[in-house]
Write a protein that binds this ligand. Structure first.
Ligand code: COI
Length: 355
């Protein structure tokens, strides 16, 4: 079916609330821009997409999303360069992934025409919310929820696709120490680990609270069968540097195919850094930390970009990692951000201009 992008209905705010916002002191994901995008699925098709003032939505308490968690989301960012141009980073990847996640949760695909026309119009309307300067961005959260009324455990016949946007600075502030999971699991073979399913995140909250009580900010999840292999951190994919070699786990139906992750792998290859994409044994990382060969661990993700890990815990032991002068993580972060903010050549064609 062909969807007509001219269909987009736009209802603008009477008065922007931007003046009430302190852009120097933003907590991640707490403030939202003036407008949002909304499109309903009903009668077997996506209806007229709309942009309207940001605000509450009304739903029946029996809506399936509340009972069965039929919901998926994406994370993207928009950046403003010194000439006030707005850029996205590899948005096609997020578009493909939200539909892949949707397919896994029996949610109908969202049309590409609607996604891009809606997102671009939204960004143009809320352009003033994207501040210039390295580290400032607009975090974009597309998501789909099942809105059909009724608690029978079947896929919904009604959905709402939305995009909301939040001005952002850093995701994690301060040092991040991680715990290698010994007991709890995030994903299993044949499950939904590779999807950005809302429930994947809810399921991490309890074990992460336990890890926080033990002095860590995040968990690195290990495989559900043996807990012998390191997989991902839930909000980030994870890279290990042993000597000068970079190692990261392969994507699978348990591990999210992160856009930042694959960009880091490409940048590493450009720099002739050896990258091994293979299963990562907990024991080899512990061993490398003991004998001083483990140089760094860092996480990659849209919200955080690259996040250095300053230490990790496994069983009853804690390991600290040195701060490196020649950190790969820092260098990838710098290169990625320069591409994102239109300050460096975009060899891979990752930037996407909002016209
Ligand atoms: C992102 O990086 O966009 C994520 O999905 C992490 C999120 C849970 C804040």
């Amino acid at each position: 079916m062909k969807y007509d992008t001219n269909q987009l209905e736009i209802n603008k705010v009477q008065k922007s609330k931007i003046e009430e916002v302190n852009f120097d002191n933003l907590v991640f994901g707490e403030i939202f821009t003036d407008h949002m995008f909304e499109c309903d699925y009903d009668n077997g098709q996506w209806q007229t997409p709309k942009i309207r003032p940001y605000g509450s939505i009304e739903m029946d308490p029996s809506a399936k999303v509340f009972h069965y968690g039929q919901a998926v989301f994406e994370g993207m960012k928009a950046y403003k360069d010194e000439d006030d141009q707005i850029w996205l980073f590899r948005p096609e990847e997020n578009f493909k992934r939200i539909n892949k996640s949707s397919a896994r949760l029996a949610i109908p695909e969202f049309p590409k025409e609607f996604f891009f026309s809606g997102l671009e119009e939204l960004l143009k309307l809320d352009k003033a919310w994207i501040k210039k300067g390295f580290g400032n961005s607009l975090y974009i959260r597309p998501f789909v929820i099942a809105t059909e009324e009724g608690v029978s455990a079947n896929p919904s016949t009604k959905y709402k696709f939305m995009i909301i946007c939040s001005p952002a600075q850093a995701y994690y502030s301060g040092e991040v120490r991680v715990q290698f999971s010994e007991k709890y699991s995030r994903a299993a073979n044949g499950g939904v680990g590779a999807a950005k399913a809302a429930g994947n995140y809810a399921a991490q909250f309890y074990p992460t609270n336990l890890a926080k009580e033990a002095g860590f900010q995040q968990i690195i999840w290990t495989d559900a069968n043996t807990h012998e292999f390191l997989e991902e951190a839930g909000t980030m994919n994870i890279f290990f540097r042993i000597g000068d070699k970079l190692i990261t786990a392969p994507t699978s139906d348990r591990i999210l195919d992160g856009v930042t992750r694959k960009s880091v792998i490409d940048l590493a290859k450009d720099l002739n850094i050896e990258v091994e994409i293979r299963k990562v044994k907990v024991s080899e990382i512990v061993e490398a930390a003991r004998n001083g060969e483990l140089k760094e661990i860092f996480g990659s993700g849209t919200a955080t970009v690259i996040n250095p890990i300053s230490g990790f815990g496994y069983k009853d032991e804690k390991f600290e990692l040195p701060e490196l002068e020649d950190s790969y993580g820092k260098s990838f972060k710098d290169q990625l951000m320069k591409i994102q903010y239109n300050q460096a050549e975009d060899r891979h064609g990752w930037r996407y201009l909002i016209k």
